[in-house]
Write a protein that binds this ligand. Structure first.
Ligand code: DGL
Length: 271
């Protein structure tokens, strides 16, 4: 079973791609909306949340976990892999002894990748924009991707201020959403960016509004399909059956740490 988590409903933009590619798989999605947003929180705080969500997902029987959150990937994926993927770790030992949940002694974690590389390869103006949270933009994963894959492009960055709140309140296309989105997006367009990386899993839900503001010539890159391909590769490498066959309705268990209205209504729309 595949576990997926995010600070809120944003990770559904990743789950949507996974369900498209593997409709017969079983998923558990955890929205940590009682602690959302993660964007400005400390890496320690996010690591603690990631640990406790991981325990919950293992308890549900997940053996592969997709961290469908760029901010949590930046803060916690190294720690999660160290504590849960190593068969000699204390957590793994307890699981083998049957003292904690989870079926296996080797949990796999798939994280979000900042899509700097594909953006830099496609940009005609040589300027790419990155929209992400403060935590992601400060993280070493992003800084390394930027250093390795800029391909000579200039990179301009902005925090999508208020974007997560828009998605969590299901206000993604009205005049208010337009105003909030324009504030962070316009500076990237003014700098000449023609390709914009969506570095937060909530942002794809605002794509319609962004595209309306930016116009049809601006390309937005959502890393969800690439993350899904990576997930399937890891499953194949590890001999986990990849269930691509047809399914009438996807099997998704939705869990959250706070009220689940947004999660349910967004999931009903996208899955
Ligand atoms: N959806 C998240 C991300 O990809 C987290 C946003 C937040 O909680 O600030 O970064």
């Amino acid at each position: 079973m595949i576990g997926v988590f995010d600070s809120g409903s944003g990770g559904l933009s990743v789950l949507r791609e996974m369900v498209k590619a593997m409709p017969s798989e079983e998923y558990v999605y955890f929205s940590d909306n009682a602690h959302c947003p993660y964007g400005e929180k400390s890496p320690e705080y996010i690591r603690d949340r990631a640990r406790s969500i991981t325990e919950r997902l293992l308890g549900e029987g997940c053996d592969i976990i997709v961290v469908a959150c760029n901010t949590a990937t930046a803060a916690a994926i190294g720690t999660l892999r160290k504590e849960y993927s190593n068969e000699f770790s204390e957590q793994s030992r307890l699981r083998v002894l049957g003292l904690t949940g989870g079926r296996r002694d080797h949990v796999r974690f798939i994280g979000m990748e900042p899509a700097v590389k594909p953006a830099a390869l496609r940009s005609a103006t040589g300027v790419i924009g990155v929209l992400a949270t403060a935590g992601t933009l400060k993280g070493s994963k992003y800084l390394t991707a930027k250093g390795n894959y800029h391909n000579g492009c200039r990179i301009v960055e902005r925090v999508g201020k208020g974007f997560v709140e828009l998605v969590e309140s299901l206000d993604v296309s009205g005049p208010h959403a337009g105003q909030v989105v324009r504030e962070s997006l316009q500076p990237l367009l003014d700098e000449g960016a023609d390709t914009i990386v969506l570095g937060c899993t909530h942002y794809p839900f605002l794509l319609g509004t962004m595209q309306k503001i930016a116009g049809p010539s601006i390309r937005f890159i959502d890393p969800a399909p690439a993350v899904t391909r990576r997930l399937m590769e890891v499953m194949q490498q590890d001999g986990i059956p990849v269930r691509q066959g047809p399914s009438k309705s996807p099997k998704v268990l939705l869990l959250s740490s706070g009220p689940d209205d947004t999660l349910k209504s967004l999931a009903a729309k996208v899955l």
